[in-house]
Design a protein around this ligand. Structure first.
Ligand code: SF4
Ligand code: SF4
Length: 419
């Protein structure tokens, strides 16, 4: 049977979404948002009220729909990856709030990562050098990450106040986590812990608490030596070649384990998407709090020594990308002497977003102040935050407005109550 091609009866000049005949795409070779992903956006605008940068600017170009329109214009050869395009893309936090609410399931995070690979070559020489040094050289190397951590106190006085305030006090960790920790009581299985780069350098105590809680719940915990940075920061900033390399290394390092347990929301989300980066690199990646909630926790009947009001902070990459909301609240409210306080507008991004608080200090600072004021308004004495970037950002924010509120990981509260 003869069939006419779809759209053959449209009036002249009218066409379905897609490049106009004769217009070539302006993406350079390499990673770029795909036509199928771009076509998924129907420009309904339902994501706009959920986008932090649109909420604060009111600009279409700072909205998910506007950013996708800009990508589509490059795809269709009507715009180029120039400075204006880079500004539109760089202001995005990759918080994925838009992806969470999108009725068309537009994979916005994936598209933004690909679009950013296209703007890398157009950055200034200095910016490219710093990004290469940080994302491609230092973070993938445990030795260099530790060296950078040692130098941070020396560099601190010379850094801008905003960056200085983000570096946690108390010094960096030394030595290594135990490679194998045997569980208490009956063995339920073996899990491997992602130690993380920033997490293990500045928040070793979170990794130690994670191992202790898992082991006391019957899980044998390994910390594979060959693991490396998960690559989330590289991917979010358009260094997809490095992100692929790191995904491959981690896929090998973690092969054969039942589950990879992660205690940093951003790393967990990124690792769960390894399959998008490297074929056959799918791992069973589980957020530690969701894991304990789903598998059942033995020991949560404990109590803190005194009544503590805890404000729970929902990291975007836990709430939006992994659907984690009730699980930490259930586990924490089962601990004696803990009262959970809800942060007003708690689903709003704190503005940390990887290195965003360094690259976009103004927008990040506005979001940080909003979050700090919302946190302090709860009257809590502790904030529970399951992402190291958010922890540093909220800590800097509350100190800036004169609050002594502490920011710790929820696993530390579970650990403290299990003693
Ligand atoms: S990204 Fe989704 S919610 Fe936003 S405009 Fe496009 S289709 Fe609508
Ligand atoms: S990822 Fe976040 S900041 Fe970026 S467009 Fe989506 S909602 Fe806005």
């Amino acid at each position: 049977m003869d069939t006419e091609p779809l759209g053959a009866d449209l009036p002249e000049g009218a066409r379905f979404i897609g490049p106009e005949p004769g217009h070539a795409t302006n993406w350079a070779l390499g990673d770029a948002p795909t036509q199928a992903d771009l076509n998924a956006c129907v420009a309904c605008g339902l994501c706009l009220p959920h986008c932090p940068t649109y909420r604060l600017t009111g600009e279409e170009s700072a909205s998910p729909r506007g950013r996708i329109a800009a990508m589509r214009a490059v795809q269709e050869g009507r715009a180029s990856t120039d400075e204006t395009f880079a500004e539109f893309m760089d202001l995005c936090l990759v918080c994925r709030a838009c992806e969470d609410v999108c009725p068309s399931h537009v994979p916005f995070g994936r598209m933004m990562e690909a679009a950013r690979t296209q703007i890398e070559p157009h950055r200034s020489r200095g910016a490219r050098f710093l990004r290469w040094l940080g994302l491609d050289v230092v973070l993938p190397s445990r030795r260099l990450t530790r060296l950078a951590g040692s130098l941070a106190p020396l560099a601190r006085p010379f850094l801008p106040r905003r960056i200085r305030s983000l570096i946690p006090g108390g010094g960096r960790s030394s030595g290594r986590l135990p490679r194998l920790t045997e569980p208490d009581g009956e063995v339920r299985g073996t899990v491997a812990l992602l130690a993380g780069c920033v997490q293990d350098l500045w928040f070793r105590r979170v990794n130690v608490a994670t191992i202790r809680v898992l082991a006391s719940n019957g899980w044998r915990v390994t910390v594979p030596d060959d693991q490396t940075c998960c690559g989330a920061l590289a991917a979010h900033n358009g260094h997809l070649a490095t992100a692929r390399k790191l995904a491959r290394r981690n896929a090998v390092a973690f092969s054969g384990v039942d589950h990879v347990v992660v205690n940093a929301a951003g790393c967990g989300t990124h690792m769960a998407g390894f399959g998008d980066l490297v074929a056959d690199a799918e791992l069973s990646v589980r957020d530690v709090i969701a894991f304990l909630h789903e598998e059942g926790i033995r020991d949560v009947a404990g109590s803190l020594p005194e009544r503590t009001v805890v404000a729970y902070h929902d990291a975007c990459h836990a709430l939006r990308s992994q659907g984690i909301h009730q699980q930490p609240r259930d586990l924490l409210s089962a601990i004696g002497n803990i009262e959970i306080a809800e942060i007003p507008n708690g689903d709003r991004c704190c503005g940390a977003a990887g290195i965003y608080n360094v690259t976009e200090p103004e927008m990040s600072g506005r979001l940080m102040r909003e979050k700090a004021e919302a946190v302090v308004s709860t009257g809590a004495s502790v904030v529970a935050s399951a992402n190291p970037g958010c922890t540093m950002q909220i800590l800097a924010g509350v100190r800036e407005i004169g609050s002594a509120i502490d920011v710790i990981h929820p696993i530390e509260l579970i650990d403290a109550a299990s003693d």
